[in-house]
Design a protein around this ligand. Structure first.
Ligand code: SAM
Length: 441
């Protein structure tokens, strides 16, 4: 792996006597990790289904190292949303953000969703996760990861940061800016990041990062928390951006990041190098002065009157009351998060809450995303299959599978107790409703 000479010089200067250990890391395989998704799966359950042991990383209580010879994306528990594949040090930014259930959180640069799904797991359905991604072609992967991880209380938008943040001034309790960067922490995993690197690119990233932070701070409530993170080592893009931001914003102060792994930067921020057990991350936590306003300008959305065929579907299929706020768009039914929401018009919202289903000839045709937010106890009928069973493999390929001939109507399919999809039972079979785009062949 040939590193750009200018990058080598900069890292020697930055790391001094530690530089040889840093360059040695390029001879070793990169760190790999997974992050458990507690709303869907317990650690005990996950450990039983994986053929290797999990070793905790120092960057988040949810983050574990995995051996580099494992194909993480091939495990059924991955498809079920029991865990997310995430480079260990990348989990540190949300540790710094420390979202609390019930809060409103903005993830301003969200695709493909590693940090958004971590925030979603910590909110555990309470409060609001607003995931924004400016590049429209990257929104679908974000949406699919949010759905796979069973997050109910998310709004997903495709906006320029400035437009979104000026439209929602002071709305959020915490804002994460996981900024686009020169990606020096990706070099060991992705040679394309090396090709794209240049001193000019570093400089232009720093300009863009400061502009994104300038927008982000507008969406934060007084007393709120702003976390800035990158996966690069450059001082220009990390310490430099934070210092420039603080110079213009005396209402912000740097506070302790709360991250235990890695090493201090700017005293209270954190840097992680491969010598610290991760590919590379920087995270700084800033607090805005003032007190959060108690009253909210916004109110909870008004529910629609739920049609009888939707009520009947729900009662026949689930054991829990309908959650969220029922809403409809055209022939589609949604469950919006039960929190005060701004007017979404003009914010290029690609999804709010979860899809319940569509009306087809007076009946409800339910959506995969709805089932992914549930646990087997929430269902009248659930087929629990083992992670190594041929029936599960057949289900994930999109095939019809055997079911008890006592069963009729919709049933979830779970892998070792974690719901991965659904189907419709009749005559001793489950007709497969696993989405075509997700099938595993
Ligand atoms: N937070 C994501 C995760 O954990 O999966 C990774 C985010 S990635 C580091 C940065 C994101 O910023 C990319 O999805 C990129 O498309 C987006 N981006 C690019 N230019 C941007 C801009 N000018 N403003 C905001 N976001 C931008």
């Amino acid at each position: 792996m040939e590193l750009p000479q200018e990058f080598v010089e900069r890292m020697k200067e930055q790391l001094q006597e530690e530089a040889p250990a840093f360059f040695d890391s390029y001879q070793k395989p990169p760190f790999r990790g997974i992050r458990i998704n507690p709303p869907k799966c317990t650690l005990e359950n996950l450990k039983k289904s994986l053929p290797f042991s999990l070793v905790q990383t120092p960057f988040s209580p949810l983050s574990y190292y995995v051996p580099d010879d494992q194909k993480i994306g091939s495990f059924p528990m991955y498809h079920a949303g029991a865990f997310y594949s995430q480079e260990p040090s990348a989990s540190s930014a949300v540790t710094a953000l420390s979202p609390q259930p019930g809060e409103r959180i903005l993830d301003l640069c969200a695709a493909p969703g590693g940090k958004s799904t971590q925030i979603g797991a910590l909110l555990n359905g309470k409060g609001l996760l607003w995931s924004n991604e400016v590049v429209s072609s990257r929104v679908s992967i974000l949406l699919s990861n949010i759905e796979r991880m069973g997050i109910r209380n998310a709004v997903i938008s495709n906006c320029e940061p400035e437009h979104l943040c000026t439209s929602l001034p002071g709305f959020f309790d915490r804002v994460l800016v996981d900024a686009p960067c020169s990606g020096e922490g990706m070099f060991r995993r992705d040679p394309r990041a090396i090709e794209e690197w240049s001193p000019e690119h570093v400089k232009s990233c720093a300009v863009r990062q400061l502009a994104i932070l300038e927008s982000a701070q507008k969406a934060l409530t007084p007393g709120g928390i702003l976390v800035y993170s990158t996966c690069t080592f450059s001082e220009e893009e990390n310490e430099g951006v934070i210092e420039a931001f603080l110079k213009n914003h005396s209402e912000f102060e740097l506070v302790d990041s709360g991250i235990s792994g890695g090493r201090p930067a700017l005293t209270k921020a954190r840097r992680i190098y491969p010598m610290d057990g991760g590919e590379g991350h920087f995270a700084a936590k800033l607090k805005k002065s003032g007190e959060k306003a108690v009253e909210s300008l916004f109110s909870e959305p008004k529910p629609i009157k739920v049609p009888n065929f939707v009520k009947k579907f729900w009662e026949d299929t689930f054991t829990i009351p309908m959650f969220g706020v029922p809403a409809s768009v055209g022939d589609q039914f949604l469950l919006l998060p039960k929190v005060p929401l701004p007017i979404l018009k003009g914010l290029n919202v690609r999804r709010a809450g979860i899809l319940l289903g569509k009306e087809r000839k007076g009946r409800l045709e339910p959506e995969h995303a709805l089932f992914m937010t549930l646990t087997p106890e929430n269902l009248q009928h659930c087929l629990v299959l083992s992670h190594d069973s041929p029936e599960l493999k057949a289900f994930l390929r999109g095939e019809q599978i055997l079911a008890s001939d006592q069963l009729s109507g919709y049933a979830a399919v779970a892998v070792d107790g974690v719901i991965t999809g659904f189907g419709k039972c009749s005559g001793g079979f489950l007709k497969n409703h696993y989405p075509k785009g997700l099938r595993v062949h």
